[in-house]
Design a protein. Structure first.
Length: 593
């Protein structure tokens, strides 16, 4: 029996009927919305901001290895993985961590196995591979990564999720890392398929806890044979199976005991109540503005989850009643990636979620009462449905004070290139410009060769790797070199960047909230882990200021004490380091500014 991977619209007679049915059930305003014409499809215009791929010139020469190139026989080969921007050596410059995978039934020569890699930022636009010295090089199928200083020693540590056995790497502060997984209580005797992860301090005790997504129950300790693999169908084409028809898994919440160890509190905290799901990415923010971090999980082919923090060590999944489990038509979707921002500057955090092809990404607007509205179509982001969408994020690429959206894409079936489906395995990226009125415009065709280039991409991380005030993008491309998209022109407008350091709260300051005011325009963001697809972006907070040269005020709300520190009349175009209780302890201004 052939089990379809997902519910799709397609070209067969049966699927054509579905297309007509869905069309008849679609509200008329979706088809007549003037926002649909706000696209950059003509390619005639050129944005003053361009994204240029400088990965090879920067020294990022490690190719990704992930399953078959022309054929995918089993679901692990299609999923791919994330990556990370993080400052492992505390020098104020973003370094790069690249995950890696393997191939089924591969027999690598000694020393030739694909491994994970750490690249040190040389502060001149280039990077040096320091994997061997760091101790981070590992073989296997690594899927997710997140960053946080779990032991409050002042150095950010690295948690790596695998199809197999997850690893917690302790940052020794001297350029090296030590595997402390078993010592920290995170080792599991039976391997699982870990995907996204995020650090958070859910009980506000000043120590970072850890949430880990698990995808499907596919035993990594049992050798796989391609001879035993069955096929399913997608649009009439034989493909690998899943996730539908495969057993889902449950997620894990680990509580930090404050002594370098963790305890699995998943059942006690209510994380297991929703049952098994195909979880891919997770992130933690205070979505309801009650001062406690919640958790949102993008789930593939099933309802996504919103774990509301009950302030007593427990969580309740409120996604259905909150309106962010399904799309506005009540359909479950193939949730992949997550971006979070207060995109309309109303003081409440909104959610962007990517999905599979023949579906649009979601823009969940926070209604300010614990619920969300799916505004994908009337915001203008619901116009692209031909891509399998993965990594995503809100970044103010032009520093105009409004958070824009970037989305990377890549199909899971290389075989589709042999058919005329109007889809391809390798895809361009998408950029939606925030128009400042609740609407977005697709400007992808205007944004330069780094956006128009075609890859089958997965993870994406966002950050200013050269500290020039323009937000850059790091992208993992399946079975290809990574992309490092340098933002050229974004720093022509003003900006402010904030690195927060906790003292009473966790040292990474995850959960700390910043508000930046220029006149009546107030932006907001929180220090966070996770997001995108199984990836980690810059932990510093970036705010575009447009033409404004002085910030009226900056407010920092620290998560453990909930105390607020305020700073007034702050000059633009600099990176501030603010330490809890000590104020602004250092500043950095690019030489070219």
């Amino acid at each position: 029996m052939n089990i379809p991977r997902r519910r799709f619209l397609g070209s067969s007679l049966f699927l054509l009927g579905s297309t007509l049915t869905d069309a008849l059930a679609t509200p008329l305003w979706k088809w007549k919305s003037p926002l649909v014409v706000e696209t950059g499809v003509s390619g005639s215009a050129t944005s003053p901001v361009q994204f240029i791929d400088v990965a090879q010139q920067a020294g990022l020469t490690t190719p990704n290895v992930w399953g078959g190139i022309d054929t995918k026989r089993i679901i692990i080969e299609t999923k791919g993985s994330g990556l990370a921007f993080f400052d492992y050596d505390n020098d104020g410059w973003l370094d790069i961590y690249l995950t890696n995978g393997s191939r089924l039934n591969a027999h690598w020569a000694p020393g030739k196995e694909p491994t994970t890699h750490l690249y040190k930022n040389n502060r001149d636009g280039t990077f040096t591979d320091v994997t061997d010295k760091s101790g981070l090089g590992r073989t296997g199928w690594q899927t997710g990564v997140c960053v946080g200083d779990y032991d409050n020693d002042g150095w950010d540590d690295l948690f790596c999720a695998f199809w197999g056995h997850n690893i917690l790497f302790h940052n020794n502060g001297n350029g090296t890392f030590t595997d402390v997984t078993r010592k920290a209580g995170l080792a599991q005797e039976k391997g699982r398929w870990g995907t996204g992860c995020t650090f958070l301090d859910y009980d506000r005790d000043g120590f970072l806890d850890l949430f880990v997504c698990n995808f499907v129950k596919l035993d990594p300790d049992k050798p796989l044979s391609t001879n035993d693999m069955s096929f399913c169908q997608w649009k009439g084409v034989p493909t690998m199976c899943g996730p539908r028809g495969l057993p889902g898994d449950t997620d894990i919440l680990y509580h930090n005991n404050g002594d370098g160890t963790f305890t699995d509190v998943s059942e006690k905290a209510g994380i297991l109540k929703p049952g098994p799901r195909y979880s891919i990415s997770a992130t933690s923010y205070d979505f309801d503005n009650d001062g406690w971090p919640d958790i949102y999980v993008a789930v593939d082919s099933e309802p996504s989850m919103m774990f509301k923090n009950n302030h007593d060590g427990t969580f309740t999944d409120v996604a259905v009643i909150a309106g962010c489990a399904y799309n506005e038509d009540g359909h479950e979707q193939a949730g992949m990636g997550l971006g979070v921002a207060d995109y309309d500057c109303d003081g409440w955090l909104d959610i962007f979620k990517t999905n599979f092809a023949d579906d649009t990404s979601d823009l969940y607007h926070n209604n300010g009462d614990g619920t969300f509205s799916d505004l994908s179509f009337n915001s203008g982001v619901g116009i692209n449905n031909s891509y399998v969408a993965w990594g995503c994020g809100f970044i103010d690429y032009d520093n105009d004070g409004w958070a824009d959206i970037v989305q990377v894409n890549g199909h899971v079936y290389p075989e589709i290139d042999n058919y005329n489906f109007g889809e391809s395995f390798k895809n361009p990226r998408l950029v939606y410009k925030n128009l400042g009125n609740g609407r977005f415009k697709d400007v992808s065709a205007e944004m330069g060769p780094g956006i128009s280039a075609r890859f089958s991409s997965r993870g994406a991380a966002f950050g200013d790797y050269d500290n020039d005030g323009g937000m850059d993008i790091l992208i993992l491309n399946m079975n290809d070199l990574p992309s490092l998209l340098h933002n050229v022109g974004g720093n022509k407008q003003n900006w402010i960047k904030i690195k927060l350091v906790g003292t009473k709260c966790n040292r990474t300051a995850i959960g700390a909230r910043a508000r930046v005011a220029t006149g009546k325009h107030i932006q907001m963001d929180e220090v966070h882990g996770g997001t995108s697809v199984m990836s980690q972006s810059d932990l510093r907070l970036h705010f575009g200021l447009g033409k404004v040269e002085t910030v009226d005020w900056i407010e920092i709300k620290w998560p453990t004490t909930q105390k607020i520190e305020r700073f007034t009349q702050v000059k633009a175009n600099q990176i501030l380091t603010i330490r809890e209780g000590d104020g602004i302890v250092s500043t950095y201004k690019p030489k070219s500014m």
